[in-house]
Design a protein around this ligand. Sequence first.
Ligand SMILES: NC(=O)c1ccc[n+]([C@@H]2O[C@H](COP(=O)([O-])OP(=O)(O)OC[C@H]3O[C@@H](n4cnc5c(N)ncnc54)[C@H](OP(=O)(O)O)[C@@H]3O)[C@@H](O)[C@H]2O)c1
Length: 338
Amino acid sequence: MRKVVYPKPGGVASIEIVEVEDPVPGAGEVCVRVHRAGVNFAELMMRQGLYGSSPNFPFTPGYETSGVVIEIGEGVSSVNEGDRVLAMTGFGGYSEKVVLPESRVFAIPESISFDQAAAIPVTYGTAYHMLVHLGNLTKGESVLIHHAAGGVGTAVAQICEAYGASLVIGTASSPKSDFVESLGMRFVDRDNEDFVQVSKEMTGGKGVHHAIDPVGGGHLARSYKAMRKGGKLYYFGASAAVKGQNRSRMAELSMWWGMPRFDPLSLMSSNKAVFGVHMGLLEDQSIFQGHLEALSKLLLEGKIDPIIDSVWRFEKIADAQMHMHNRRNKGKIILDFS
Ligand SMILES: NC(=O)c1ccc[n+]([C@@H]2O[C@H](COP(=O)([O-])OP(=O)(O)OC[C@H]3O[C@@H](n4cnc5c(N)ncnc54)[C@H](OP(=O)(O)O)[C@@H]3O)[C@@H](O)[C@H]2O)c1
């Protein structure tokens, strides 16, 4: 079988596709023939050596896949050979076949496509975790989201609609304005508009109830300012540290330098909350499994439906990642391993 490998930190030219022996499941494990894998911004950061919790190089990235179970190990009872599944690989998902513990594999009904199944776990899981699990998003509340046209951004927009948010302000690059507005968000041009000012103007001067920031640095401080008293800020990414396809120490330093330090006394007196969110490092995986169950229900009820920007053959992985580096994606990018 073939799989994608990051041999060393680098740009997309460093990516390799290698031929290896087929993996064999041990006791309690499942082998999945992968059909689709989701592409995540974090996997671009890992390639640059910018992601603290990734394995040592060389390694195969790939958080999430969908496919068919082709072999089960001794003692496996929740899935059978031939089942269509979603697999939460964590790492290693950019492969034609993966072996993983049974607890990370979930059967999916015929009505859910492989594209949808590979597009849901990371983006919707993260959006749901922040807004519903931590934030108790309530009808009539307002939300600010950045990279609004991307995987997590489009998931946030749909979850906001499903839970009755009255206002979603979405920042993105200017060519995506129509797309962002088509999802019911108030578009803010990330380069030419001040999202703090727009957030205040749109909420009678108070600010938003929920501000979701995957950027970091001084941008995070501005997201905090866009919140009202009693508001909740979620910090969950470091896109400010990424400049182009190779690692930039200057961008990293500048992000760290600009990071706000929150004062507990001022959080207390304004009833504000700041959450740090890293789904890959959730200790209690049952929380994530609960999110997946809730999300499949929302999907089957037609309340969410992942927006697929594009599907690329996995041999074109470099082009697929450049599409994201160049900020072109509107929704989720998917790799085809079928
Ligand atoms: N902590 C967690 O558990 C967790 C889980 C999932 C995602 N995340 C974070 O959430 C963010 C979105 O992830 P995603 O996978 O859904 O990606 P995405 O938003 O689909 O794609 C990236 C988009 O980010 C914007 N962007 C901002 N800075 C960029 C840069 N330096 N280089 C390229 N694009 C940049 C671009 O859109 P615009 O220019 O239009 O803004 C681009 O289209 C990422 O920061 C990711 O690390 C965190």
